[in-house]
Design a protein. Structure first.
Length: 182
């Protein structure tokens, strides 16, 4: 659909990101990790009206985890495979193709970095997101579900660790297998 401009975030983007996406602690943390080479924070922007007048509004994001996975099963079965994490689109802009654009932008970045596959974890109950990933060429791996820990950042800096059982879905990026091109 081509509705959003997707860019790798920089420190200067933080105030605008927090304005629409909240989660200041999370994004500060990810920007610091990005600076250390741990991953890439991609943000989708659309033109809109903000408190400061007309400008870009952050409408979604995905963090591409390039470092070794925290989960032993992922490190064992998919060593060195990047993970797409924390994909989200603001509530008022869902179902407009922005999530798809974020996924495709992340896949293109990974392809350019030499990756041949990509993976992600999705909560067992999140059928809507599972349907989206399946439509975009992701298939569930054959090694079973994985217990992950979601880190929830509360205002004030407190971190809550939330266990979540996930399906692991994988997509091949080889041109012969359809991707990462649309
Ligand atoms: C999942 C999500 C990022 C998709 O972004 P989007 O811009 O709405 O996606 P697109 O418009 O490209 O594609 C629409 C598809 O997303 C999925 N979707 C729509 N709303 C959703 C929601 N509230 N939660 C999860 N998935 C949703 C559906 O599969 C939908 O297609 P369909 O209903 O026609 O089959 C977005 O809905 C979201 O932020 N959801 C809440 C957070 C979340 O579940 N993130 C995924 C974690 S693994």
């Amino acid at each position: 659909m081509g509705t959003a401009d997707i860019r790798q975030a920089t420190g200067g983007d933080l105030p605008a990101m927090v304005r629409s996406l909240g989660q200041e602690e999370y994004f500060s943390d990810r920007l610091a990790l990005q600076d250390s080479g741990h991953g890439l924070l991609l943000v989708a922007w659309q033109e809109g009206v903000t408190d400061g007048g007309a400008g870009d509004v952050a409408v979604g994001d995905v963090y591409v985890w390039l470092a070794a996975a925290e989960e032993a099963e992922l490190r064992a079965h998919l060593p060195h495979v990047a993970l797409l994490t924390h994909l989200e689109v603001v509530a008022g802009r869902r179902n407009e193709g922005i999530g798809t654009e974020l996924l495709r932008a992340a896949e293109h970045r990974l392809w350019d970095l030499g990756h041949k596959q990509v993976a992600l974890g999705v909560g067992l109950d999140n059928r809507d997101a599972q349907r989206l990933y399946a439509r975009l060429g992701y298939t569930e791996w054959p090694h079973g579900q994985v217990a992950t820990t979601e880190v929830v950042y509360h205002p004030g800096g407190e971190r809550e660790l939330r266990p979540e059982i996930c399906r692991i879905m994988v997509r091949q990026l080889d041109p012969e297998r359809g991707g990462p091109w649309r």
